[in-house]
Design a protein around this ligand. Structure first.
Ligand code: RTP
Length: 150
């Protein structure tokens, strides 16, 4: 719960293919969070198996894997006060049937299997996911004076 808490937000293949990158990124920027890492990449199966380690036994895991392998993913890291919880709120509920209008999923998704974006669900998961998707040198540090007001 510090001003430099970090979270991992990924725009999934459907979000990239639908041209939603700028719409999604702008919601985090507009809220006041700082972008500290960004890259468009094609995740490997091995990376996704590590990322979704806790879901490997779920019946939907094979379809989740093929969905996430279906095209480029925009991997991002955001920094700011309570960004993990706020990131989940900005995304909305996993199931678009429950995601409120005004959230990313509430505005852009109708299918749980194509729900546009991912956000870390805890600080611990965020640290793990950031480490999986980014090398340390791919993340930037802002000078505190630049953002002392936020
Ligand atoms: P995410 O990791 O994408 O932010 O989603 P989440 O934490 O809100 O949900 P999680 O349970 O971790 O599920 C990861 C992704 O798997 C797909 N899913 N399909 N019953 C199903 O068919 C089902 N349940 C989950 C979704 O794409 C979900 O975002």
């Amino acid at each position: 719960m510090s001003n430099n808490e970090r979270t991992f937000i990924a725009i999934k293949p459907d979000g990239v293919q639908r041209g939603l990158i700028s719409s999604i990124i702008s919601r985090f920027e507009n809220r006041g969070f700082k972008l500290v890492g960004i890259k468009l990449c094609q995740p490997t199966e091995s990376l996704l198996r590590d990322h979704y380690e806790d879901l490997q036994e779920k019946p939907f895991f094979p379809s989740l894997l093929s969905y996430m392998l279906s095209g480029p993913v925009l991997a991002t890291v955001w920094e700011g006060k309570d960004v993990v919880k706020q990131g989940r709120a900005i995304l909305g509920a996993t199931n678009p049937l429950q995601s409120a209008p005004g959230t990313i999923r509430g505005d852009f998704a109708i299918d749980m299997g194509r729900n546009v974006a991912h956000g870390s669900d805890s600080v611990e998961s965020a640290n793990k996911e950031i480490g999986l998707w980014f090398k340390k040198e791919e993340l930037v540090e802002y000078k505190p004076a630049m953002f002392s007001w936020i």
